[in-house]
Design a protein around this ligand. Structure first.
Ligand code: ADP
Ligand code: F6P
Length: 460
């Protein structure tokens, strides 16, 4: 990026959250890959971040946080319902994740989605000076690139989709498919997690817009739009460093001690989302116990699940089913002193998360569909002694890079059960070889590399 140009990030959520109450209330940087990736670039180039605070109500006035200009966008209760919970999370989210739940198509929610995209676009266009770069993120803002382009023809616009882009047959369901494709084609560069997502989009673009070209370059209305895969990643060195801090090492030892030093620990860490395959994973574990292929005296499953989108019915129903399944497995198989499944429905601190990753002999990352899945990469980065086995779904974007994990089809419960068994029995040397390769890949392609490559391509 040119030294004097600024980066304007436009994302549904802000990189800061309000903590404390009354006079002690303050903004704190929130955790998460996107914030981590953007922070150093934003510090270098002075930037602006446009996003929603996460609560219904009027937007607070723009402010500066750690040299970053924050421009909050306000959403009313109705808008949270129709735009965020509605169109984003009950239409686009399920449709773009293999229609794992039936997407809902409601005109008033679509109208609201247009309205909010326009609000973000106007704020972006107003914030940008000549020579600045605008980077729009994710499925909540599919229309924003074109809206910004209409207001500011002089600005470079990039777009990155963090979730999958569906194949043609699924995308065709969307009553507003033309508008969505045209919205994205407002950008100069459209980035995806995998090359097949990029291909799906470029096919949709050629079908639903007056566009011509190849999988990686399209011409539409006399403009050239580039399309490519930029697999997102993590701050590898930060995870590595944290894993070796004495507080984390000690906490990992304590977890092992409490679970029972002789037991093998299987770990899963997810947002409570139906895309994550939590129920199928639990059933695979149950199947192994039922068939007496494993015993609770020898192993345990720890499922850490962070609450998410709790006002959306599908998430409430899924949570109930997961809790029933955990109850059933524990009722059936736990023994005094040996609980079969430890289920924690909460967010844990970064140190605790690292300690769990460190303590886990086997990591189960088995989403039914996932844009990337950073948890898989975080586990790999934490295994600084090259031990540990990663079981990874073929349907996570991460599987395209992490080929040396034990790959599974999460719809095949018995197949997952067999792979868990394989992971538990994997010879130490073989596990080590696999982990060395996985670590090399994530170390090379970290989040800084991701952001740099995207911005370089955008400026080309
Ligand atoms: P998604 O973006 O769909 O939530 P990812 O796996 O890509 O899925 O990213 C999830 C992020 O949330 C990871 O950085 C992970 O460490 C973090 N995370 C998931 N569960 C928890 C939890 N219970 N507590 C704290 N952080 C969590
Ligand atoms: O993976 C898509 C994503 O939007 C992430 O960027 C985000 O961390 C996660 O889903 C949580 O979503 P929400 O903003 O709805 O809590």
């Amino acid at each position: 990026m040119r030294k004097d140009s600024r980066l304007i990030v436009v994302a549904n959520r802000l990189p800061v959250q309000r903590v404390g109450r009354g006079s002690s209330a303050r903004w704190e940087r929130s955790s998460g890959g996107l914030v981590t990736a953007m922070s150093p670039i934003l510090r270098r180039h002075a930037g602006v971040w446009i996003g929603w605070t996460g609560n219904a109500g009027r937007a607070p006035a723009p402010f500066t946080h750690e040299r970053l200009m924050i421009r909050p966008i306000g959403l009313s209760e109705r808008e949270v319902h129709d735009y965020y919970q509605g169109f984003c999370n009950r239409t686009i989210w399920p449709l773009f994740h293999d229609a794992l739940r039936p997407p809902e198509f409601q005109r008033d929610r679509w109208d609201c989605y247009i309205e909010i995209n326009r609000r973000f676009a106007r704020a972006a266009a107003r914030s940008a000076r000549r020579g600045d770069i605008i980077w729009v993120h994710d499925y909540q803002l599919l229309l924003a690139p074109r809206m910004i382009r209409e207001l500011r023809r002089d600005i470079k616009i990039g777009f990155f989709l963090h979730i999958p882009f569906p194949p043609e047959e699924l995308f065709a369901w969307l009553p507003w498919r033309q508008a969505v494709v045209r919205g994205l084609l407002g950008a100069d560069l459209v980035g995806f997690q995998t090359f097949s997502d990029a291909q799906n989009f470029s096919r949709a673009a050629r079908r639903y817009a007056p566009a011509e070209g190849t999988d990686t370059e399209i011409t539409c209305e006399n403009r050239r739009i580039r399309i490519n895969a930029f697999p997102i990643s993590i701050d590898f060195r930060d995870f590595e460093r944290r894993a070796n801090q004495s507080a984390v090492v000690q906490r990992a030892r304590q977890i092992r001690q409490r679970i029972g030093p002789e037991r093998r620990i299987m770990l899963a860490v997810d947002r409570l989302d139906y895309t994550k395959g939590i129920e199928s994973r639990l059933r695979a574990f149950e199947d192994l116990l039922e068939r007496k292929l494993i015993r609770v005296e020898d192993c345990v499953l720890i499922q850490i699940a962070v609450p998410s989108r709790e006002n959306v019915t599908e998430y409430q129903e899924m949570r109930m089913r997961i809790e029933q399944t955990v109850g059933r497995i524990n009722g059936e198989f736990s023994q005094p002193g040996h609980v079969a499944v430890h289920y924690f429905r909460r967010s844990v601190t970064p140190d605790d998360l690292s300690a769990y990753y460190r303590a886990a002999d086997v990591m189960l990352v088995t989403p039914l569909r996932d844009g990337m899945n950073l948890v898989a990469k975080e586990y790999v980065a934490t295994r600084t002694d090259y031990s540990g086995v990663l079981v990874l779904s073929e349907f996570a974007g991460a599987a395209r890079e992490l080929r040396r994990a034990l790959l599974v089809n999460p719809h095949d419960i018995q197949g997952v059960a067999a792979t868990i068994l394989q992971a538990l029995r994997l010879p130490r040397d073989e596990a080590r070889k696999r982990m060395m390769i996985l670590r090399m890949i994530v170390r090379r392609h970290d989040v800084y590399d991701w952001a740099e490559k995207f911005l370089e391509a955008l400026e080309r």
